[in-house]
Ligand binder design. Structure first.
Ligand SMILES: [Zn+2]
Length: 124
């Protein structure tokens, strides 16, 4: 048995050539397998990790974006995704985050202005 390379196959059907962990699969394929088997057992350490808890505090759209980026990183690692595409995804994701920040700041300012005008009686 060849233990020098990951035993999983890439999305395109070719053999994964990444360095395997003790499981015989590379880190990306190993975590993919672990996530699949963890679906039935919620007590797994992965779901309780700080990263998972932090991800749950993100707004839903940011959570989807983060998940997509994580998947992209994993796919890039296994060779299924061109590193240039992952780089473009990172750039686009940065822009989306900035738009989100501007929108959130605008919302907070509006809420503060509204609260201030109600207190001073400008609203009536
Ligand atoms: Zn692999």
């Amino acid at each position: 048995m060849n233990t020098a390379a990951c035993q999983s196959t890439r999305r395109d059907g070719s053999a994964c050539k990444a360095t395997p962990t003790a499981s015989g699969h590379c880190f990306a394929h190993d975590s993919a397998l672990q996530e699949r088997t963890a679906n039935g057992r919620r007590s797994g350490g992965f779901n309780k990790s700080n990263a998972r808890r932090a991800a749950k505090t993100l707004p839903a759209d940011m959570r989807a974006l983060a998940a997509q980026l994580m998947q992209g990183i994993s796919e890039c690692h296994t060779g299924a995704l061109d590193p240039k595409r992952l780089s473009a995804m990172g750039t686009a994701a940065g822009a989306v985050v900035r738009i989100h920040e501007v929108a959130e700041t605008e919302q907070r300012i509006q809420a503060l202005e509204q609260a201030a005008s109600v207190r001073k009686g400008w609203g009536s």
